[in-house]
Write a protein that binds this ligand. Sequence first.
Ligand SMILES: *[C@@H]1O[C@H](CO)[C@@H](O)[C@H](O)[C@H]1NC(C)=O
Ligand SMILES: *[C@@H]1O[C@H](CO)[C@@H](O)[C@H](O)[C@H]1NC(C)=O
Ligand SMILES: *[C@@H]1O[C@H](CO)[C@@H](O)[C@H](O)[C@H]1NC(C)=O
Ligand SMILES: *[C@@H]1O[C@H](CO)[C@@H](O)[C@H](O)[C@H]1NC(C)=O
Length: 397
Amino acid sequence: MSSWRLRYSLVPGVERSYKSSSWIFLVLAFVCFLYMSIIFVFDTIPQGSITWNTENLRKKFVLNGSLTDLVHFQVFGSRATEPAGHRIAVVMVVTNQTKPENYDIAIQTVRCYCKIHDYDFVLAVDTDFNCAHRDKFFRRHCAAAKILPLFDTILFLDADIGVVNPERRIEDYMEDGIDVTFYDRFYNWEIMAGSYIARNTQYAIDLLNEFADYEFKLPRSFHGTDNGALHIFLAEKLFPHAQIETNICKKVYNKSNSFADLFTYEACVRAIFGAGTDFGKVRIMRKGTGWARDGWLTSMLWHPDLDFMFHGWKTNQLRQTPEVAVRPNQMGRSEWYNPLAGPIYLERCSPQNKTWSYDPRLRGNKEDILNSLRKFEEEVAVQQVNSYSRMTEMMIR
Ligand SMILES: *[C@@H]1O[C@H](CO)[C@@H](O)[C@H](O)[C@H]1NC(C)=O
Ligand SMILES: *[C@@H]1O[C@H](CO)[C@@H](O)[C@H](O)[C@H]1NC(C)=O
Ligand SMILES: *[C@@H]1O[C@H](CO)[C@@H](O)[C@H](O)[C@H]1NC(C)=O
Ligand SMILES: *[C@@H]1O[C@H](CO)[C@@H](O)[C@H](O)[C@H]1NC(C)=O
């Protein structure tokens, strides 16, 4: 039997003492101390099982777990036989610090997709392009502007965008007279900066370079890097006659301190754009009509009539698909389930084989998905009005 005593008090001067007759309390106290030390030192709550799960999921879904053939700038496939005007490349630009393993599932689906449709796939490292930009988010558009002249059209993708439905074609999102196509993000009123289709024209190359160079014109405020800058950049480029209105948005942009402010500035710019989609040679596709959306909007439920690509496939955020039925409602924004049932075998990807094996639990009902998205879209439209109404407060700030 031990004879140690523990004294403690929450109220100064009022001391209590406990005499323990067993070691259990001491052991418990030690375990708690250890746990708290781990949290303190590693700034993370120990999650052994989750780490293990992610690693296992990764092995399950990824061809060989190896992407070492992709870390340097390379153009894959040779399209010398393709008639001029039809060389399409899918382009991802990463930094030399990016760990491609964290995007391997997304990248494998895109590579397979490109083999199916005979598109080129480019995975580029941004330091190979002599771009002077310090912010990697702007630098990648400078790199894209230098890759574009090698092809007739490029589809630029964030590295965490994966293909869910390889039946769709990039050509379906192209139209004569439109040189650069963006799409609206779903969960707010932002134009997505992380993906666009650009044709190899001087207009498109200039647009991408000017966009990248906006880094040097940023206000010293909470500017939201390239995604924030895209809005005022496009407004100034597409509405040179609306300087009075764009100056108001610029003033508010210069005062931005937070995401709420940034979104208000974006609502200001969107008010100039209105509900249209085509602005000269630039198209901005409405919510849900572009080629990609966030999978979390519908808990990864998808339908071949509606979906093409999903955004947000970071391998370290992959979660085990639940056994219970999934509803097409919003899930955590930094989580996803894999719609595929197994790994991609790149050597089996060809124009003759568009059939991927899917997890049946994530094949949603078309009406249910549409209803859920529609409801969310209506909520976002109201939020946009509320955000715009903050303009008054921001202007006198
Ligand atoms: C994985 O890589 C090894 C050599 O690196 C190769 O022999 C093997 O065939 C690959 N497996 C698959 C499924 O491609
Ligand atoms: C990445 O690029 C930067 C800038 O060019 C360079 O300073 C750095 O050494 C590179 N890092 C690696 C790991 O290559
Ligand atoms: C931006 O805000 C700063 C103060 O934060 C101010 O000094 C500057 O004049 C503003 N610039 C413009 C263009 O309004
Ligand atoms: C077609 O490709 C998919 C994805 O790589 C693969 O799972 C499937 O086995 C292939 N089918 C055939 C018939 O090769």
